[in-house]
Every structure is written in C-alpha cells, then in structure tokens.
Design a protein around this ligand. Structure first.
Ligand code: ZN
Ligand code: ZN
Length: 335
C-alpha cells in the first residue's frame, strides 16, 4: 500500500510505493488521434465544443499514467506509535500544452502559451474545491537529462500535505511580514526595479529578474507587480496576455541566446486555504505571500557544497546577458 511517512527528525515526508511501471516507449500517447489511450480526459479547450477524448483540442488535461497521488484513494491520517502516516490521496495530472509533438514554450505563439496559463488557473480552481487537497505544484521540465524528448506538458501534483519548499517559503514570508507589516516580495520588487541591474524585463503587469541570490546562472523569477497570494485569483484578462508574451520572449531568448538549455519552471502559489487544519494557520497569507514563477535553467548542473549552492556567474552578469539576448531587445529592461 502506498503511504506518505514523515521523518520526525527533519520534518519531511517520504512517499513509499511499489516500483512503478517502466516508462512507455514507442508512439506518443499525447498526440491527437490516440486520445483514448490516456485515460479519461479531465479538462480540455476545444474550439468546436465539448467532445471529450477526441481530436480538435488545443490544451488537454489527462491523468498521469503511473500516478503518485490518486483522487480515488481514501484520505487516512494515522499515528503509528510516535510516527505519522498519510495516504497519498491527491492528483497527478498532465497538462498537454499543444497538439504539436515538438512544440516548446519557445516555438508556441503567445496565444497558445496563454491558453496553457489559463489551464493552470482552471486546474488550481478545480482542485482547490477539494478540502482534502492541501497543496498543488504545477511545474514543467524542458529537456531533462536521461529522459528522451517527449510531447510538451506541464505536471500538476496535488497532495494532502504542504510541500516542504512551500512551507519554508511561507514561513519566511510570514516572519518578514510580522516584523515589517509589508510583503517581502513587494519590497523586493520595489528595490530591484529601483536598482535595475538584476531586472531582465519589465512589462505593465510583471517583472522578470535574476534573483539576488540566484542558485544557478540564468535563474529567473517572474513576479506580478501587483500583490496577490494566489495565481488563480490574480491572473486576469488584462494580465494573462502580458504574462504569455513575457514568457514567450524569455524562452525565445533562452533558446536563441543560450543554446536552448533544459530548464525547470515551477509555479509558486498559495496552498489551498480551504484546507486549513489549525485555527490561525496562514492567518496573514493574503498579505504576506506573493505568487510567482521560478525558472531554473539546467537545474542538474547546480553546484552545491553541503546545502550551499555555488554560483560562478554573478546574477547581475546573467541579467545583462538575458537582456542582450532578448528578442528585439536593446539591453534595456523596459519594453
Ligand atoms: Zn506527441
Ligand atoms: Zn506582495
């Protein structure tokens, strides 16, 4: 039986599960025409109305083949003597981003990319209706070493606990807010936009910057310039196209200026506020946390000593290189 077990000495959770199915080889399961091979469609955008599990879609969500977390499992929280166990009830979904097998965020046009961003929102809204789901991670990998090239998709992982990284980030933001009564990220944005040297691009609604303590060369964060803790509540008809255009340009800059490196993109957004367990959990989260996207090119090349990252390129240099490589860019952060 699959279960999440907590290591009480470090506070992290480990998923125990039997060995999964070997990865499928051969024909792609996500190309149009073989929709019935993926398991029942969860959501899709189609021009000609709903006809689930048929071609004609532009973005399509399907269950992940060898799911780590499953919605049909019963949620059980159990003490095992001094230890804690939870069943991995949740969801493992793939957002198939394009009908075209070799599309990437650098080749898709901004309108197609925007549809993926709206699907991120739709999945967050839908999954957060389930009070047993506490946290949802949306991420995508481009060119993972050791993984053959595959159809473009983002992965959605919804779980009955809060991801360790989310928990640490929420704690830092809350502590900063307790001292200063201001959002850490809003303060960071104000300072970075003032200083300019780590800003890659500014649009009416977003800022792309190389963070002060970037873990790897080219690490980039994209933050909404207006405060909001949840992606799904603050993505708007005005800001959606702006974000899509910014991402499209960023990934074209990476592809054309830096040899199309692999990368990991992760959406950092508030957990499911409906799933609060203790009174007072996340009491100030709407004011203290600020959703954003983090992109780490070539995460596998991150260099570390113990837990300390070693970055041999100054973030200010990386930001200047990204501005230079920007499509049509003249090295100025503002378009
Ligand atoms: Zn395909
Ligand atoms: Zn903020």
């Amino acid at each position: 039986m699959d279960e999440l077990r907590k290591d009480p000495t470090r506070g992290h959770w480990v998923l125990m599960r039997p060995k999964g199915k070997p990865p499928q080889t051969g024909d792609c399961l996500y190309c149009p025409g073989v929709e019935q091979l993926t398991g029942p469609e969860i959501a899709a955008y189609r021009k000609d109305g709903p006809a689930p599990n048929t071609p004609g879609w532009s973005v399509r969500v399907v269950p992940e083949g060898d799911a780590y977390f499953r919605i049909e499992w019963e949620l059980v929280r159990e003490g095992v003597g001094m230890f804690d166990m939870i069943t991995p009830r949740g969801a493992s979904e793939l957002i198939v981003e394009s009908p075209r097998h070799d599309d990437t965020f650098a080749t898709m046009d901004p309108e197609a990319l925007e549809a993926v961003l709206w699907m991120y929102r739709d999945r967050l809204v839908d999954l957060k209706r389930d009070g047993q789901i506490r946290d949802i991670l949306i991420s995508r990998r481009h060119k993972k070493p050791g993984v053959p090239p595959h159809h473009p998709y983002s992965r959605v992982t919804a779980i009955p606990i809060v991801f360790g990284e989310t928990r640490r980030e929420l704690r830092e933001a809350r502590e900063y807010y307790q001292y200063k009564r201001r959002c850490l990220y809003c303060d960071m944005l104000r300072q970075e936009i003032g200083a300019e040297d780590r800003v890659v691009r500014l649009t009416p609604f977003f800022a792309a910057l190389v963070p002060y303590a970037a873990r790897t060369p080219l690490e980039t964060w994209i933050l909404p310039r207006q405060h909001g803790c949840s992606y799904e509540d603050t993505l708007r008809p005005e800001s959606g196209p702006d974000l899509a255009r910014l991402l499209s340009e960023y990934f074209r800059a990476l592809a054309q200026g830096f040899g199309d490196p692999g990368y990991e993109l992760v959406l950092h957004t508030a957990p499911n506020l409906r799933s609060r367990i203790l009174q007072g959990d996340w009491a100030t989260i709407r004011d203290d946390y600020h959703w954003h996207l983090e992109i780490v090119p070539q995460p596998e090349r991150a260099n570390r000593v113990g837990g300390i990252f070693v970055n041999e390129t100054a973030p200010e240099v990386s930001a200047a290189e990204l501005r230079q490589a920007w499509p049509g860019g003249a090295g100025r952060p503002q378009g």
